[in-house]
Design a protein around this ligand. Sequence first.
Ligand code: SAH
Ligand code: SF4
Ligand code: F3S
Length: 440
Amino acid sequence: MHRKKVYIETYGCQMNVSDSEVVLSILQDAGYDRTLEMDGADLILVNTCSIRDNAEQRIWGRLEQMHSPRRRGAAVGILGCMAERLKDKLIESGKVDLVAGPDAYRKLPSLLENLSPGNPRIDVLLSHEETYADIVPVRTDRNGVSAFISIMRGCNNVCSYCVVPYTRGAERSRDPETIVAEARDVFSKGYREVTLLGQNVDSYLWKSARETVNFAELLRRVAATDPLLRVRFATSHPKDISDEVIDTMASTPNICRHIHLPVQSGSSRMLELMRRKYDRQWYLERVRKIREAMQDCGLTTDVIAGFCSETEEDHAETLSLMEEVGFDWAFMFEYSERPGTLAARHYPDDVPPEVKKRRLNEIIELQNRKSLESYRADIGRELEVLVEGPSKRNGREMCGRASSSKMCVFPGQNLKPGDYVTVKVIDATSATLICTLMNR
Ligand code: SAH
Ligand code: SF4
Ligand code: F3S
């Protein structure tokens, strides 16, 4: 049978990267091989993100550039969150042949069979059950060391600014047996690290006639796969991260000591409007608990600047919280109103763009200083690192992450990706630990 070529581009979060791996697996079974060149592909797929307006604008721009391959006969398909959100608008644009939402990937082969110019196909039905649990993803990572495993889909929170519940649908957890099987499978293929993915991993809950498995139990089971398999996870929600999860991390050596704990704002008034369901004090208490259990735990966060009605006082509270906690790094954004969300319906987007920008810059500046402080505090320490491959900046050096998730570079021509080494930190920038090798 003649096999066709599929080219796929992925935008947005890690969840989308994972989904693209599922899509490639489904398409492989339907007669498609992956190509890394857009030119010459029979099918061009774009797995899209809607989280902020600029994410969508970027994709509209990219679609323009797909005009000429499309004229030469390639089909263009839009997947992911923007497909879900803008369905008909994408079809009406005349720029695409296929629109498939995040829960419609099993139907891609049949949608593609009936594709013809001028007859675009669409499936954006969301599901309460789909987890793609039985599909073995085609790994697209470059290093062969670190794999991502999706443990749940959707989100049941209603953070007022956020489009994800609308694009990804209701939360559902994946059968733990299939998760553990996937971890074993990647380990047997040489991977040494898995990251368990969900919008809110702490609310992972599997119930069957036989058993109930919560996130802490899932962590224990995945970690039990092999002591040489590192386990990471993202994202934790401050309202849901439990003492049991924190204590499980503290007592299990191969669960990495890093928690990504998006705070969004340091002002309790903003957190209330954002419907995050915790306040500043609760957040700081969780941080205290984490540090009490694991003094060396890496902590990172997400922050939104200029949410509806944010005052200078609210903003100052965000800065003071960041000062107090001292995150290792952070993703920092200007608020972007998303149509259809609670915030878009109920609160005016009233912080002027230049004020958002200034506040964001102040947040970034503060974080850069705190990152440098945090990385420099590791100078002199010995850390265990999982080697990922040659360093990007200097090909003669290797790089890999410490348990805290901080990136380390070190000399090591005889090292292979997947090796564990002990390094000593001798210098630091705000994003990299510069290390020497300890004897092995
Ligand atoms: N489920 C995760 C995050 C998902 S989105 C959580 O709850 O933490 C990733 C980040 O994008 C969010 O943490 C938030 O900081 C940011 N974000 C989401 N919607 C946004 C919006 N409308 N404008 C700006 N940033 C937004
Ligand atoms: Fe969005 Fe909130 Fe769900 Fe995260 S927890 S995906 S921010 S609604
Ligand atoms: Fe974007 Fe959807 Fe992820 S909106 S951040 S791709 S869940």
